[in-house]
Design a binder for this molecule. Sequence first.
Ligand code: ACO
Length: 315
Amino acid sequence: MNALRLIATGGALPGRTVTNEELSHMVDTSDEWITTRTGIRTRHWCTAEENAATLAIAAAKQALERSGLAPADIGCCICATLSAPDATPSVACRVQAALALPENRPALDVNAACSGFLYGTAVARGLLATMGGRYALVVGCEALSRLMDPADRSTCVLFGDGAGAAIFELTADPVPFAAVLGARGSAVLHAGGPSRTGSAPITMDGKAVFRFAVDALPQCLHAVLEETGRTLDEVDWVVCHQANSRIIDHCVRALKADPAKFYKNMERHGNTSAASIPVALNELAESGRLQPGQLLACIGFGGGLTWGGMIVEYK
Ligand code: ACO
């Protein structure tokens, strides 16, 4: 049946923490504006020595250690990012080298913006099922501070840097699992590559993205619930892309759902695009709130436009 099971997580956050107060000295904004519109209070930005690949390597090492697996057990390495430091070598190849993963396994980057971790997991599942292997390493990593115009108050307050890693097991056991992905080409959210920083920083039609997100999130959730024959009550944690707390609050109200099962951490990290879901999974696991046997629904939506949903069991 080619289901995945989440077996271990890791995470890494860069050294510099930027508060709303600090931003209010850089651009014409205020802690009050940012917190009421987005729920974000702090975010982390890379220092000069850090980038999406250094964070990815740290998160991946932690996940591998916690899994108890050896590098040779990893069947493929996928890194989801839109802010890789270089076009090549990919972040995934840098992770392969740093962790000494076997050379006869695929390693590649995936770019689906904020849905990247879900796209990356789907690619990993397909590779394991068709090329062999039992375990996949999937990383979401971003250095969005390198893509932003620090003088643009409409975007620089939103984004942060970070990485989260997950190890999945492909299993024939009848565990609940479902994945959906989708795309609708539109440039309402646009960013140039790191090499073009300055010429094409992140721009966004915030209201259009908000409307898209509150439409995509419940649709993805319904789709994966339907595919697994589960109800929202049977899901222990809903881990959505952490763009903005108002997007999640809006959906919780529309779904008449229990807000306590919708994990939120954008208050501390801002929007870390492809890293946001695995960073959240890692926090849930590290804190002991995510328990073996629990069911997760992960929902991503973002640039592209892209979206994705997954239901997966932990351990
Ligand atoms: N501080 C103070 N004022 C600001 C700031 C700021 N940081 N940014 C914008 N403003 C001003 C604008 O200039 C505008 O002023 P004006 O009325 O004098 O022209 C006013 O605030 C309203 O601006 P809007 O862009 O209309 O603000 P809005 O209420 O839409 O809030 C926000 C912006 C928070 C981005 C909102 O559109 C939103 O929540 N969008 C969801 C999309 C999102 O979070 N995207 C993140 C990345 S995409 C993703 O991850 C999927």
